[in-house]
Design a protein around this ligand. Structure first.
Ligand code: ATP
Length: 554
């Protein structure tokens, strides 16, 4: 296909406001693609402003200024890169700026004529030149990139220049998103949308899926699988509460939310490749992960997890430290001495030729367990017990991590989706400072500690109960609190003690509900212990009035 024809299609798409019509226009584009596979694959990417498949993090690595320079050179002696920049400041968009010039001997074709140019520039030539441009390396490579780009602009009509400039600067903006391309592939080649979607998820390559849909139909699409070495998009989380989780699923799969950076590990049985969240190859920056794979893995696998920076004692360091390691290109050995990283894997997408994306989460995690010994493996608790969830959350925070993830135990792995199957626990909207007016002795190992604390609000001169924070505090912390509170015990009956109001806890919660259980008439849903307010006494505790206000504003 001539690049001019692509540009004309793109202009029509850009002029169309309605989403459904846009899908029809993209469908037309795909149907008009020449028989050569390359053309269709390239069009499926160009129409989204991409040059490379989504799994390939190669960039053109050309700055805007170099692009302006190429445009200026092609536009003739009277135009400089600074002029292009000035025009851009005025017009606001590089496509329109590029379209405003007349390029190398193309005078007369300057306006949007809707027709082709006299140059026969093809979509494939543009693509090949952009690939050459991306791979130019070493000294003088920036000049070479400008030369290559100049050679393209020099052959462009203004309409072609408009879309070339936008592709080069990743600013296509013609209203075509991933969903549009998916729907257009389905319509153009008469295959079901959901199967195109699945094929896109596993291959992460719109060009390839379009070609397979056209050449091999549904059978070909269904035969596409994950490939080791080709990253897929990470499944993402929504913010959510314990209430959301337990109302949606019978039980929640609960894991720590490790405070690190996402990695996807591909091991082919010999070689390891590590990809970042945005699918960049970060293998060289993370030798610890490569060593981990060599030591622990035997079969080819694709694993999803997090790398955490740790100090000499193995405790997690702030997340920025991990990012620093990711960005490191030189002196990795030195960087590693300063800050070591450790992987923790929480999902398994592929084992020895078998894709696991559609398996339930708990089964995928079980496969992960069978691959790894405890090391480098996330712990997954399956529970509907809110006290247990609080305990896991508090342990995670205590260990320097971010809190918890709540996952649907039956859910499939959906690459690139930010769905309701993975929830990152929302931070508390509000916290309350509450007086501890009672407690319970623990059981077993914790029999000598006060473990469950009854919390109260102030109401005039009296204190009214509003909830309990149960567990999730380390033994060390419990010992400390027991010491503090024991002095205030008023009465004791069985395991239950009544305390004189003295110590104030800062407590987070998800919601305030009416409740007959507590004397305040309200209860906190999922309260969690955040700390002792050393600076506050019982007279500074929250009032019932404030609780009513907060409840009203929910
Ligand atoms: P966002 O994805 O919202 O842009 P983010 O990258 O900070 O932000 P969050 O949505 O806050 O990520 O949380 C999900 C991230 O938490 C995952 O991408 C992953 O990096 C990290 N994470 C840590 N522990 C886990 C776990 N056990 N399961 C899944 N993700 C985890």
């Amino acid at each position: 296909m001539e690049f001019a024809a692509f540009a004309t299609h793109a202009a029509e798409i850009e002029a169309e406001p309605a989403d459904l019509e846009i899908v029809d226009l993209v469908t037309d584009l795909f149907e008009d693609a020449g028989d050569a596979d390359d053309d269709l694959a390239i069009l499926a990417r160009f129409v989204q402003g991409r040059v490379f498949p989504a799994w390939d993090s190669t960039t053109l690595d050309i700055g805007p200024r170099s692009c302006y320079e190429a445009i200026a050179r092609a536009a003739g002696q009277n135009v400089s890169a600074a002029d292009v920049e000035d025009d851009l400041a005025e017009v606001g968009e590089i496509g329109a700026v590029a379209a405003g010039y007349e390029f190398g001997g193309q005078q007369g074709l300057g306006a949007f004529t809707g027709g082709g140019s006299a140059n026969d520039l093809t979509v494939r030539e543009v693509h090949e030149t952009l690939v050459d441009l991306a791979t130019a390396e070493g000294s003088g490579s920036q000049d070479r990139k400008v030369d290559l780009l100049f050679s393209l602009f020099n052959r462009c009509s203004s309409e072609e220049a408009c879309y070339l400039a936008r592709i080069v600067l990743s600013e296509m903006r013609i209203g075509v998103g991933e969903g549009t391309v998916r729907d257009a592939i389905a319509a153009a080649f008469d295959v079901p949308v959901d199967r195109v979607e699945r094929a896109l998820q596993v291959s992460n390559d719109y060009g390839r899926v379009a070609v397979v849909a056209r050449e091999e139909g549904l059978e070909g699409l269904d035969a596409l699988d994950l490939e080791i070495g080709r990253p897929v998009q990470a499944m993402l989380a929504q913010a959510g509460t314990v209430t959301d989780a337990l109302e949606s699923w019978e039980e929640a799969a609960v894991e720590w939310k490790y405070d690190g950076a996402r990695v996807q590990l591909h091991y082919d049985g010999a070689e390891t490749t590590v990809f970042s969240r945005n699918m960049e190859n970060v293998t060289d920056a993370l030798p610890e992960v490569v060593e981990f794979a060599a030591e622990h893995l035997e079969e080819p696998v694709i694993l999803d997890g997090e790398v955490v920076a740790v100090d000499d004692a193995g405790d997690p360091l702030p997340f920025q430290e991990v990012l620093r390691r990711f960005r490191r290109k030189h002196d990795v050995a030195k960087a590693r001495e300063d800050v070591a990283v450790e992987p923790v894997f929480f999902d398994c997408l592929h084992v020895a030729g078998e894709d696991l994306l559609d398996e339930p989460l708990v089964d995928r995690h079980a496969r992960l367990e069978s691959l790894l010994s405890d090391e480098g493996l996330s712990t997954l608790w399956l529970t509907d017990d809110t006290a247990k969830i609080e305990e896991i959350d508090a342990d995670a925070l205590e260990s320097g991590h971010e809190g918890i993830m709540l996952k649907d135990p039956d859910s499939a792995y959906s690459p690139g989706r930010r769905g309701k199957h993975w929830l990152k626990r929302k931070p508390d909207v509000e916290t309350l400072d509450l007086v501890v007016t009672g407690a319970e002795w623990g059981e077993g190992r914790r029999a000598t500690f006060l473990g469950t604390f009854l919390l109260s609000v102030r109401d005039g001169d009296s204190f009214e109960t509003i909830g309990k924070v149960a567990t999730g505090i380390t033994d060390e912390r419990l010992a400390e609190l027991t010491d503090r509170l024991e002095a205030h015990i008023r009465t004791e009956e069985g395991q239950t003690v009544e305390l004189e109001p003295a110590v104030v806890f800062e407590v987070g919660y998800e919601e305030i509900q009416s409740s007959p259980t507590y004397s305040a008439g309200y209860a906190l849903r999922f309260p969690r212990f955040l700390g002792v307010r050393e600076d506050k006494g019982p007279e500074d505790a929250e009032t019932l009035e404030r609780v009513l206000e907060l409840q009203g504003s929910q």
